[in-house]
Design a protein around this ligand. Structure first.
Ligand code: ZN
Ligand code: ZN
Length: 362
């Protein structure tokens, strides 16, 4: 990973905004993704100043780890309380205006550091690092593809083990263990196994409900490999599904395909959302698809760009996004089909290989 190149690009965009530096503060994991993106550091505490002079610091818990993970930057060790230490260091550099991430810095840190670093002025900036993270390098795409492949393999395993009588939590936990044993750094989010009426809730949490014959079971699963996430949703019917389940599945599959076909670099994201949304509306379930069509995926499972009806983002080659239309019938069942794709000049490359052309029946 070209961390130095990333810092250089961040310094460039900070300069364009008239700033003399940009500060990333990661306290108790508050901004781990951005700090990891810019340095490779994975610890829970670290600060980075990018500018004419760079500064990286952590505390004694992480000095050795940072020495291994952070290439091309001297690692400083914070002595005493970190806020006064950093305020002092910033003052010593004699800077006027330094940008600081608005999304990930707490009001407390911003206020205290502004006071302690005075006369250095901290200027909140929305999305500077996040902008850079939108376009993935080939090395990043490779890691996301590896995460997607492992996700597919785990789901295949989980479906082989799926039996009526097991609880959602048991199925989710077993799959998480499988992922960790198979090389995942962790799961990308709390795995969703939603059965029966639970599948009609888009962000359901697996509970003690036992999977029963006749259920629709929705799996929304993802892992982290070398820091990068994946995201996949498939549904399976336990026992022969009824007409309505089959019809809704066919409708959502059509919307998933319409969304995938609409993806290409240069396209406004809301038009991609519209292509899938229209397909669902034509099938008569327009009011049963409440969420956006998709989201960016990278070091975080939800990141820029946003693919939704109100999105102002334009897709670009190198974006990695999900396409995940769904139809949710409260009290009955829900169907969502989610694929992970890399945006290209002319379309997209689908990283999720798990079959979807037919409703899976077990
Ligand atoms: Zn998902
Ligand atoms: Zn998703």
């Amino acid at each position: 990973m070209d961390y130095a190149g990333r810092r250089e690009r961040l310094w460039q965009s900070a300069r364009e905004r008239g700033l003399e530096g940009f500060l990333v503060v990661n306290v108790e994991r508050s901004d781990r993704p951005n700090l990891r993106y810019l340095t490779g550091f994975t610890g829970s505490f670290g600060v980075l100043l990018v500018g004419e002079k760079n500064l990286f610091a952590t505390d004694s818990r992480y000095t050795e780890q940072a020495g291994k993970e952070v290439a091309g930057l001297p690692v400083e060790e914070v002595k005493g309380r970190w806020l006064p230490w950093l305020g002092e260091r910033l003052r010593a550099l004699g800077l006027k205006q330094v940008g600081i991430g608005a999304h990930r810095t707490s009001v407390h840190v911003f206020q205290e550091l502004s006071r302690l670093a005075s006369p250095v002025e901290l200027v909140p900036q929305a999305g500077l690092v996040e902008e850079l993270r939108r376009i993935k390098s080939p090395a990043e795409v490779e890691r996301i593809a590896a995460a997607a492949e492992l996700t597919d393999a785990g789901l295949r395993w989980a479906l082989g083990e799926l039996r009526p009588g097991r609880t959602e939590r048991e199925v989710a936990l077993d799959l998480e263990i499988w992922y960790r044993q198979s090389g995942a750094e962790g799961v990308a989010f709390e795995l969703i196994v939603a059965s029966g009426p639970g599948s009609a809730m888009p962000h359901y949490r697996p509970g003690n409900r036992r999977i029963a014959q006749g259920d629709v079971v929705l799996f929304d699963v993802g892992v982290q490999v070398d820091g990068y996430c994946s995201d996949l949703t498939r549904v399976v019917a336990v026992g022969e599904p009824g007409r309505e389940v089959r019809d809704v599945y066919t409708l959502v599959l059509g919307a998933n395909r319409a969304g995938l076909e609409a993806v290409r670099g240069g396209k406004p994201a809301r038009e991609v959302d519209g292509a899938a949304r229209d397909a669902i509306a034509r099938g008569g379930h327009g009011d049963r698809f409440g969420h956006g069509l998709g989201h960016g995926v990278g070091l975080e499972v939800h990141e820029a760009p946003t693919v939704g009806p109100a999105s102002e983002d334009t897709l670009a080659p190198g974006n990695v996004i999900t396409i995940e239309p769904g139809v949710y019938l409260p009290g009955k069942f829900g169907v969502r089909i989610e694929d992970l794709v890399v945006v290209t000049e002319t379309g997209c490359r689908v990283l999720s290989r798990f079959p979807k052309d037919e409703l899976l029946v077990r």
